[in-house]
Design a protein around this ligand. Structure first.
Ligand code: ZN
Length: 247
């Protein structure tokens, strides 16, 4: 089975080594059994005391990395962007938001059942946070997913645009075909001018053709806007005829 993005990230994060003594001390606090950091009971006191012992940027990197390993999770960036910490109390969540904010990260809070979560959905913030805790390769995967999504969206937009144009063209053509047919079936077509009659017949016989193509089939040739103008007259004539019949 393929390991999740989140658990792979955590495994890699565990392997990071600290160079400075102060940073190693912070790391030691997380592996100290007396620290008792738990997902299910209030750990706010311990969390705060470890954070207060941070002496340098490296220490804070270790702190947030291990907070993530214990309380955090992140979704596969190919699917969605969501990084969160889940705590058992509101106090822990509040504390985490302000600690993150002190380090330049804006996270939101929410409650899900009895879990108090601190989360972010912005891919840029997720990337920055992963770099901050030393998970560069995971941050790179987030960046990479953004590029893949962009390419995919561009391709979809192109397809949707083409489909919409074709739909619009067909829709317009159907309205005029129906109008021309109606005039033909009710014998009203004969009362129209020769130009309109010819245009109506062409429209009925060539439903899928564009206006420009219809114009080229006329003898002499008629411009696209000329055809449009005639079709509008045909539509108006059909509407008139319908009213007459219904009255
Ligand atoms: Zn340090």
């Amino acid at each position: 089975m393929r390991e999740s993005f989140s658990s792979r990230l955590k495994q890699n994060a565990e392997l990071t080594e600290e160079k400075k003594k102060c940073c190693r001390f912070i790391r030691g606090m997380f592996s100290d059994p007396s620290a008792v950091l738990s997902k299910n009971t209030d750990s706010s006191g311990t969390i705060e005391s470890i954070y207060r012992k941070c002496r340098c940027d490296g220490c804070r990197q270790v702190f947030f990395r291990h907070m993530f390993i214990i309380f955090g999770s992140v979704t596969d960036p190919m699917k969605s962007y969501h990084l969160e910490f889940a705590f058992s109390t509101e106090k822990e969540a509040e504390m985490m938001v302000s600690m993150l904010s002190e380090n330049g990260f804006t996270f939101s809070r929410s409650r899900r059942g009895n879990r108090h979560t601190v989360y972010v959905k912005n891919s840029g913030t997720i990337e920055d946070f992963l770099v901050f805790i030393g998970a560069q390769s995971s941050a790179f995967e987030v960046m990479n997913s953004k590029i893949v999504h962009e390419i995919r969206n561009d391709a979809n937009r192109q397809v949707n645009c083409d489909t919409a144009n074709i739909e619009k063209q067909l829709e317009a053509a159907r309205v005029y075909v129906e109008a021309a047919r109606f005039l033909d079936e009710t014998g009203k077509l004969d009362s129209l001018s020769e130009d309109l009659r010819k245009t109506a017949r062409l429209r009925i016989d060539n439903e899928q053709m564009s206006l420009a193509e219809l114009g080229r089939m006329m003898i002499p040739e008629v411009s696209k806007s000329g055809i449009k103008h005639r079709l509008r007259k045909i539509l108006a004539a059909a509407e008139e005829a319908r009213k007459e019949i219904h009255n």
